[in-house]
Each structure stands twice: as C-alpha cells, then as structure tokens.
Design a protein around this ligand. Structure first.
Ligand code: SAH
Length: 230
C-alpha cells in the first residue's frame, strides 16, 4: 500500500503546493504517495459555518473550536490507523528519526492549526501528536505540514533517484554532512581539495568523516552529545 497523507485545513488550496513539482510530484503521478485534503469548515453545523471562537479567559486572537475539529478528525480517521499529528510550535521538535518512522508507515493525518491554535480538549481527546518544525511562529500549520511531508516523501522507496544518497546525509549518522564540491576544479582562485580528486577511495572516505566530525563539533555539538548517549 502506498503512503497517504490527509490534511485537515482551512486552506486546502495550499496543497499539494511545491509537492506537485520535482521528485515528489513525479512520485505522486506514479502513485507512490497520495495527498487529500479536508476543509475543516465543511464540518461546521451552524449557518455561519463558524470554525473559531474567542479564547476562554480572554486575550488576543481566536481558537479553533473543538467540536468542529473533532468531527473532521473523526471523519478522517474512520477505519484508519494512521498517526494523527497536529502541527504546533509547542510540539516535539521534528527529527530525521521521526520522519523515517513516519515514512515507514501507511501515512499520516495532519491537522493544521490557525489563529492562536486549537482547543486543548481536542488535542487530548483525539490523542494528537504535536509536531514542531522549529522555534519560531508561523501564521498557520500548512507550511509546516508541507515541510514534514517533503521530508517524508523524499525517503519513500523509489522516490529519490539514487536511494543510497539518503544514507549519507546530515543527521542520518547523527552528524552533519561533509562539504561538497563539483567542477570547475579551480573557481575564483579556490581549488577542490586535492584528496577528492586523488582517486583514493579509502582516503576520501576518511577525509569526509573527519570533515563531518569537525563541522558537527563546531556547529552542532549537541548532536555529538546525543550520539555519545546512545
Ligand atoms: N499561539 C500559538 C501559536 C499559533 S500559530 C503559540 O504561541 O503556541 C498558528 C498555527 O501555526 C499553530 O496552531 C500551528 O498549527 C502552526 N505553527 C506555527 N508555528 C509552528 C511551528 N514552529 N511548527 C509547527 N506548526 C506551527
């Protein structure tokens, strides 16, 4: 069965967005993954089709109503065991490890928040896994969902041209990746490191490993700490 994403959103027109282009778009055309959207507003029952209301306790902005959102979630998850995610700056920061786990499954149901966020009771009552894409605030969950799906789709079997290239990337080995070079050999007075054109594959692998380590130590020592804990 191929990977299927269902997105709950007030802005279905934002999908599939950039995922209709490039490798993800071709993979979608080939049926290797599919995306459908549910308009949250379609699950309202009042004549004004109200999706939000003022926050209890006061304060700025609006909150997505639990009853409306729950109906949309229940519709999406009928006879369906896919994980239910909520894009949220308060969620667990997304990692390549979680991306890989999700890519190994049947798909995802993703709720995109808007305004101040969603009523806490629907998060608890529908067991939503809150996922953050970083420590900054977006205006809505849609771009975050597109980023999550981008990361998942590129590692689905057969999507990337060269399946091997995924294994050497930043984070996969708990480290940042070594630098890359391509022709011309000399550009603006800068040479490609001689070792890379030496043809000595063992020496090249060693150099790349050392570079990765140096880079990780300088920029992301937290990754090395995590590696040591394992
Ligand atoms: N008031 C909230 C922010 C709401 S932003 C707070 O301070 O926590 C509106 C919506 O954008 C959120 O419900 C969420 O779905 C999405 N969003 C914003 N930043 C995000 C992030 N870093 N990661 C994932 N989703 C995010």
């Amino acid at each position: 069965m191929s990977f299927r994403a269902t997105i709950l959103t007030l802005y279905p027109e934002m999908f599939p967005g950039h995922l209709s282009t490039s490798l993800a778009g071709k993979a979608m055309e080939r049926g290797q993954w599919a995306l459908d959207t549910l308009q949250i507003r379609d699950f309202t029952t009042d004549k004004h089709r109200t999706v939000d209301d003022t926050p209890a306790g006061g304060g700025a902005g609006m909150v997505l109503k639990p009853d409306v959102l729950a109906r949309a979630i229940d519709h999406a998850s009928e006879n369906d065991n896919r994980p239910r995610l909520l894009m949220s700056p308060r969620g667990k920061p997304l990692t390549q490890k979680r991306v890989r786990e999700l890519a190994d499954g049947d798909g995802v149901i993703i709720v995109c928040g808007r305004f101040e966020g969603v009523d806490q009771r629907v998060i608890d009552g529908r067991d939503l896994e809150e996922v953050s894409i970083g420590d900054y605030i977006l205006s809505g969950g849609e771009p975050a969902a597109l980023i999550l799906l981008d990361a998942i789709v590129r590692i689905l079997p057969g999507v990337m041209g060269n399946d091997l290239s995924g294994l050497h990337e930043s984070f996969e080995g708990g480290m940042l990746e070594h630098p890359h070079y391509t022709r011309p050999q000399l550009w603006e007075g800068r040479e490609i490191p001689a070792i890379l054109t030496s043809g000595n594959h063992a020496a090249i692998a060693k150099w790349q490993r050392e570079q990765a380590e140096q880079l990780t130590r300088a920029r992301r020592p937290d990754l090395l700490d995590k590696k040591a804990e394992k």
